[in-house]
Design a protein around this ligand. Structure first.
Ligand SMILES: [Zn+2]
Length: 102
């Protein structure tokens, strides 16, 4: 009885096709005028409001731009500023903000 042997190269090729990490990521550039609008929604950041700041600024960017959080990465033209303490706010900075729902 003959068995069909798949070459390791072929298997690797198939694995690449189904590897979710190769899915396309959207990179969204957030320019200063947009940042200025979005940062107005911030109530506080991890520096001035460590108890209230529970979500990454990125979550606010997703909500504000209507992007899919799973496949979107952001590039900020410059750091946003916390309106309370004027501290720099980057994608991964924890912030407290007004929710955009209802
Ligand atoms: Zn702050």
């Amino acid at each position: 009885m003959e068995f069909l042997l798949l070459s390791p190269c072929y298997i690797r090729h198939m694995a690449d096709l189904f590897d979710p990490s190769t899915e396309e990521q959207n990179i969204v550039l957030i320019l200063e005028p947009t940042l200025r609008k979005i940062e107005k929604l911030i109530f506080g950041c991890e520096s001035c409001s460590p108890e209230g700041a529970q979500l990454h600024f990125e979550v606010l960017l997703d909500a504000a731009t209507g992007s899919d959080p799973a496949s979107t990465d952001y590039i900020l033209e410059m750091p946003a500023k916390c309106p309370m303490c004027r501290g720099d706010v980057l994608e991964a900075t924890l912030v407290e903000f007004e929710t955009l729902d209802d």
